[in-house]
Design a protein around this ligand. Structure first.
Ligand SMILES: [Zn+2]
Length: 457
């Protein structure tokens, strides 16, 4: 058996991994696009796979860095099935069509001639390959064969991270390999904690996002929410507005639910909340699957009960922040030319306003740059525009949807595999897990797979 890391560097980038089960199956896990790179550089290194046919693609969840290159990968493999959960199946369509639109805009504004990497037609064509798997159902990559008798089968397990996120357990002869995808072992407002297998796994392929960050008991989610609510309230009291840059999928819906529950409990005043158009499409799917999928508060309809206003992208350029209003706008890292970046530039020069960062931020992204700037100094959120003085309040809250390293370490030790393969982490995060696992379990083999080099499992 072999594992090949198809990313172009050991980092949180364009996730994609190849698993080869001797002659009996060749499966790719995820096909993402790098969130901060452009053109070919943003795609996984599919060239490292060689020319042999692929039997299946399994997608862990609908975040761009796990699914964004799907139409590209499916392009010359039209007979190959793509396995995913029902929610990922539904979320994929608006996400990938939006991606085509973004690439068309970037082609026009930045002159990236390779864009779009795929077309709307290809997004629709890819959907023909989708096969929905229910968590808990044993599946075979030979579609007509009984998974019980097959040498290779797989099963999806709820990963908690966002709606539809799953880990994948492969059973191959007498071996069991588990891929975590992105996981959260803490429950969030809408997503329950992951429900992952513990026994019999000999090889664990795990994300390592939070390896570089300690999360003490007194800084966990409930405390972060309490601080966020009181910071929103104090902004409103001084006549300001609040901008929270968020991922359209996951963080937007978690925050809509959290703010709603805090309002119901009387800890936060009722206030107008604005979200973006793509977020609305994803929120609709969260509502549609409220009772059917792995989701908490099944009676809560986000679009019905929270009733956010949807921002028309064309009007965003004229929008000015209104006192006592909340804006949950993507992108989460305030990438240049996105609505949150455009809006943030209107918040910066006014002391009464606030920008609250609640998710993962690359230090080189505009949101990362903002966090490193002290009040009163200049910051450039758009490299083509002059820098502005930062006068509004900027704060960070840790509302992560990834496993905190304390939980992930405990999970790895509980599973106690023979081999642990670390992916989806920046070098310091990977190094922390390597070191801690070496100390705690000297017999456990821990590997950070070099991009493009097959690793014998
Ligand atoms: Zn993710």
């Amino acid at each position: 058996m072999k594992f090949t890391n198809l990313t172009r560097a050991n980092e949180i980038g364009a996730n994609s991994y190849l698993l080869e089960f001797d002659g009996e199956g060749r499966i790719v896990l995820d096909a993402g696009l790098h969130p901060r790179k452009e053109g070919e550089e943003a795609t996984p290194n599919f060239g490292a796979m060689g020319e042999r046919p692929t039997d299946a693609l399994i997608v862990s969840h609908a975040h761009h860095d796990h699914i964004g290159a799907l139409p590209l990968f499916v392009r010359r493999r039209e007979k190959m099935p793509v396995y995913l959960s029902e929610a990922t199946y539904l979320l994929a369509e608006p996400l990938l069509h939006n991606s085509v639109e973004v690439m068309l805009k970037q082609r026009a504004s930045l002159g990236i001639t390779s864009y779009p990497l795929f077309t709307h037609k290809e997004v629709d064509r890819s959907a023909k390959a989708y096969r929905v798997c229910r968590p808990g159902q044993e599946c075979s990559i030979q579609e007509d064969s009984d998974p019980k008798g097959a040498p290779l089968s797989f099963r999806l397990y709820p990963g908690g991270h966002v709606l539809g996120a799953v880990g994948v357990r492969f059973r191959y002869r007498d071996r069991q390999i588990f891929y975590t995808g992105d996981v959260s072992f803490q429950e969030q407002t809408l997503m329950p904690a992951a429900d992952f297998p513990l026994d019999g796994i000999d090889t664990l392929i795990t994300e390592a996002t939070r390896g570089g960050k300690e999360t003490p008991e007194n800084q966990r989610r409930p405390m972060q929410i309490e601080r966020l609510i009181s910071s929103i309230e104090s902004t409103f009291r001084r006549g300001g507005a609040v901008l929270i840059p968020v991922f359209a999928l996951g963080k937007t819906q978690e925050l809509l639910a959290t703010l709603h529950l805090e309002q119901k409990a009387g800890r936060l005043r009722r206030c107008p909340i604005t979200i973006g158009g793509l977020s609305r499409s994803f929120t609709q799917i969260y509502d549609r699957l409220a009772k059917r999928s792995f989701r908490r508060h099944p009676g809560l309809s986000l679009l019905g009960d929270v009733a956010p206003t949807v921002l028309d992208g064309r009007l965003a350029r004229q929008l000015s922040p209104k006192p006592g209003e909340l804006y949950l706008i993507s992108s989460g890292m305030m990438t240049e030319h996105t609505l949150s970046n455009i809006l943030a530039r209107r918040f910066l020069p006014e002391e009464r306003h606030s920008i609250f960062i609640v998710g993962y931020c690359d230090p080189n992204s505009p949101a990362g740059q903002l966090l490193q700037t002290s009040r009163g100094n200049l910051v450039a959120l758009d490299s083509e525009l002059p820098p502005q003085p930062l006068l509004c309040e900027v704060e960070q809250f840790d509302l992560t949807s990834h496993a905190i390293r304390e939980d992930l370490l405990a999970y790895i030790l509980r599973v106690n595999p023979r081999l642990c393969v670390l992916v989806h982490g920046d070098p310091p995060a990977l190094a922390w897990f390597q070191e801690r696992l070496r100390e705690e379990r000297p017999g456990l083999e821990v590997v950070v797979p070099a991009p493009g080099e097959p690793l014998e499992l």
